[in-house]
Write a protein that binds this ligand. Structure first.
Ligand SMILES: [Ca+2]
Ligand SMILES: [Ca+2]
Ligand SMILES: [Ca+2]
Ligand SMILES: [Ca+2]
Length: 335
């Protein structure tokens, strides 16, 4: 935990089930100067970053005069060049954000990222989103009322910040990182709610091409992304959405690779996905789903309509490399 920081920092705490970077790192070892020898990174004097170079024992202090508090969020390669960068948030005496800063120890510089609109940010992940060397910083920026300002991606390799936003976006219910299009770079899969707290869209940010693909349906009352898995045998994970609508319920399988959606509708309450396993007909996984309380159906790309089955036993088709737990959800998937 950080030392001596004003209490306001606590409001930046992540909500459960979000993937906000929570590690307030007070000490860690990483090769920060790129010489392949571990260096020691720590918060020192409450508001400075100190690096002890492993090879030379040189002690280097990084700080700015107005930094009153500092949190180290992560240590990762963000510029694609040798050495891991130190990613930090610097705060003023009131706990307000001064900057998201990146210490490039290899060349002894600090890159500063800030914007007048960044009153509150949560750094969600450090991940390669653009398919180019170095990991990007993914931020959720909120206005003082807590409404979503933007999803911003900081490209430390060249200093570019891409801001993704839409007037209909009120809050982000979940943010997952998956390759959904089979092309370089990890996509950001967002469940976005409108002001009424109902599902506005599943929106996929393709940071590599700076494009946002919006999947929405006016009949949705409520919905949630339950699974990302490959259902069609093409590169990229497909997005499985359960929803309630004015007509009943349904499952949408979103193929972000080509922007198509396969919709299955049911009369009753929300269906429940019982198992996920390799399709006997083709590459990709089938979904076995309990619908209408007691009917089992398999959703397969092979058939347009759900296929009634007696049981969800897909075991004979499962390759030994796929780990599937008791609920049938692959452990590698974000559920
Ligand atoms: Ca080193
Ligand atoms: Ca680097
Ligand atoms: Ca990158
Ligand atoms: Ca991709």
């Amino acid at each position: 935990m950080e030392q001596g920081l004003p209490g306001k920092v606590a409001s930046d705490r992540p909500k459960p089930n979000s993937s906000v970077v929570v590690s307030d790192i007070s000490f860690m070892q990483a090769d920060t100067d790129g010489d392949k020898v571990l260096d020691a990174v720590e918060i020192c004097h409450n508001s400075k970053v100190c690096i002890l170079r492993g090879r030379t024992n040189e002690h280097i202090v990084y700080s700015e005069p107005n930094w009153i508090g500092v949190r180290i969020l992560d240590v990762q390669d963000t510029d694609g060049r040798d050495g891991a960068e130190v990613i930090l948030q610097a705060l003023d005496g009131e706990g307000n954000l001064l900057c998201l800063c990146v210490v490039h120890d290899a060349n002894r510089t600090i890159a500063t990222y800030q914007d007048t609109g960044w009153k509150s940010i949560a750094v969600h992940v450090v991940e390669d989103t653009d398919g180019l060397a170095g990991k990007e910083l993914v931020l959720l920026v909120k206005d003082p009322q807590g409404a979503l300002g933007c999803v911003c991606v900081v490209h430390d390799r060249n200093g570019d910040i891409y801001s993704y936003q839409d007037s209909g976006w009120s809050s982000v219910k979940s943010l997952r990182l998956e390759d959904t299009d089979g092309r370089p770079g990890t996509e950001l899969v967002l469940e976005i709610q409108n002001v009424g707290d109902t599902l506005h869209c599943v929106c996929v940010i393709h940071d590599a091409t700076q494009q946002v693909t919006k999947y929405s349906n006016s009949s949705w009352i409520d919905g949630r992304v339950v699974l990302l898995t490959d259902t069609d045998g093409h590169a990229g994970n497909d997005i499985v959405l359960e929803y309630r609508s004015s007509f009943g319920s349904g499952i949408d399988v979103i193929h972000d690779r080509d922007g198509t959606v396969r919709t299955y509708t049911f009369r009753g309450e929300l269906p429940s996905i019982e198992r996920v396993g390799p399709s006997p007909h083709r590459q990709g996984n089938d979904l076995c789903v309990l619908v209408e309380q007691d009917e089992l159906v398999v959703l397969t790309e092979h058939n347009q309509a759900p296929v009634p089955v007696e049981s969800c036993d897909l075991r004979q088709n499962q390759p030994s490399t796929t780990s599937t737990d008791a609920t049938g959800q692959r452990s590698s998937s974000s559920v």
